[in-house]
Design a protein around this ligand. Structure first.
Ligand code: HAM
Length: 403
């Protein structure tokens, strides 16, 4: 039997309800914050991700679903959503137009990772990207939005925060970090040896125990921020305090993508095992110009939907809509006509197989319908329909002429 590929799941039945429940809530909140839907292709030129997510990142270095298409193009399934939205933003010349543009999206992302609980090869994100605002208030808005979504879903979290500096303070910090790493000699892992020359700050989130121990005394960027970055970081903390959003400063939070500067954040849950990050984001003011757009400040986040689905407790489902059934074949045409009428304002699900009343009531219960509507010989002869309100437990017979 053909099975789905490893690390790629179907979303069915209960999962599907949970999935759409999440999308509905997140979409409503994103719209309330003034964001508009954007959809970009699943497949993009490989160069887009190399130049944005970064060649030194694990995502580009090890995890891309990359291939040559029939036209000889080097393409790749998107490992994340930001790069595609930025590409679309520049391609539509919104960077030249100026002003503020805010987008939200959701869809599948692909990373060839080692599958485990909470880590898939095809997974779904809900993300937002905001272009044109350099005020740190927008960074706070992003965090408040994730907090709002999680609150609406009844999900607890810890928020981790860091500042990655900008072109004024990062180069100097980089030098001091490289000297520190040099001082560690051969005691660091092979990955960190490589990171030292490609993107030294990535050593800070190395998972190797020995490296972590060594880096405990590494210089911290947060102590070397320039005045602008420091002032923004302080403002951000103040806004979060004002809104009673608790956070922890994590000076080792560097994120797995190379495009960030200044604010970086992650929401983690302690209830889903080792893959605990449920959302991540930050500011990426340089990315638009790296992709040949007009320099534009930008900030965004993405939520991992599968990880959240583990945590969502669905509200008790309330009965809704109509279940319609006939007790004999001759009544089916009338049932179809009634269903057509009900469907103008409500859900109407028809059972085609004639059954007795007891079995129709069971069927209505199974799909959690509010009303069970049945036509048998009596009703057909009197041009009427029998309806039971399964919530109020009340029965009525309605004439089909007055329906
Ligand atoms: P990211 O941190 O790589 O950020 O991914 C965001 C979220 O996607 C993670 O916090 C996690 O919940 C989920 N996720 C990532 N990889 C997997 C996986 N293999 N299986 C299941 N879930 C996963 C980004 O992708 C950025 N584009 C976020 C962003 C938007 N930054 C600015 N704008």
């Amino acid at each position: 039997m053909i099975q789905s590929l490893r690390g790629m799941n179907d979303i069915l039945s209960n999962d599907h309800e949970r999935f759409t429940y999440f999308i509905d809530i997140a979409t409503a909140i994103a719209k309330r914050y003034g964001f508009h839907y954007v959809e970009t292709p699943l497949l993009e030129e490989t160069a887009l991700f190399k130049r944005s997510v970064g060649e030194s990142s694990d995502i580009v270095g090890k995890e891309m679903y990359q291939f040559t298409d029939k036209g000889g193009n080097d393409v790749c399934l998107r490992p994340e959503g930001t790069a595609g939205v930025v590409r679309a933003f520049i391609q539509q010349k919104l960077d030249k137009k100026g002003g503020i543009h805010r987008f939200y999206y959701h869809g599948a992302m692909f990373r060839y990772e080692r599958p485990q609980k909470g880590r898939l090869r095809e997974f779904h994100q809900f993300g937002v990207e905001s272009f044109g605002v350099d005020s740190v208030y927008e960074d706070a808005l992003m965090i408040m939005m994730v907090a709002d979504i999680l609150k609406a879903l009844g999900i607890g979290y810890r928020l981790q925060l860091n500042s990655l500096g900008d072109q004024n303070c990062m180069p100097q910090y980089r030098e001091s970090l490289i000297s520190f790493i040099d001082g560690c000699g051969d005691n660091i892992c092979e990955d960190c040896q490589r990171r030292k020359s490609t993107n030294p700050i990535r050593v800070l989130d190395c998972k190797n125990e020995k490296c972590r121990h060594l880096y405990a005394t590494a210089p911290k960027l947060i102590d070397q921020l320039c005045d602008g970055c420091e002032s923004d970081f302080n403002t951000l903390k103040r806004i979060l305090d004002d809104h009673s959003i608790a956070y922890e400063i994590d000076t080792n939070l560097v994120r797995g993508l190379d495009y960030y500067s200044k604010t970086a954040f992650e929401f983690v849950s302690d209830n889903i095992g080792s893959q605990s990050a449920i959302a991540g984001g930050g500011r990426y003011d340089r990315l638009i110009e790296f992709l040949e757009g007009k320099p534009t400040p930008a900030v965004g986040f993405a939520i991992g939907i599968e990880r959240l689905m583990e945590l969502i407790v669905m509200p008790e489902s309330i009965r809704s809509g109509y279940y319609l059934g006939a007790m004999e074949n001759e009544s089916l045409p009338l049932i179809l006509k009634c269903a057509e009428k009900f469907r103008k304002t409500d859900t109407a699900v028809v059972e085609y197989e004639p059954k007795n009343l007891k079995n129709h009531l069971k069927g209505a219960d199974r799909i959690h319908a509010r009303y069970c509507a049945v036509i048998g010989e009596n009703e057909r002869n009197t041009n009427s329909i029998w309806i039971k309100d399964l919530l109020e437990q009340k029965e009525t017979i309605l004439s089909l002429d007055t329906l």
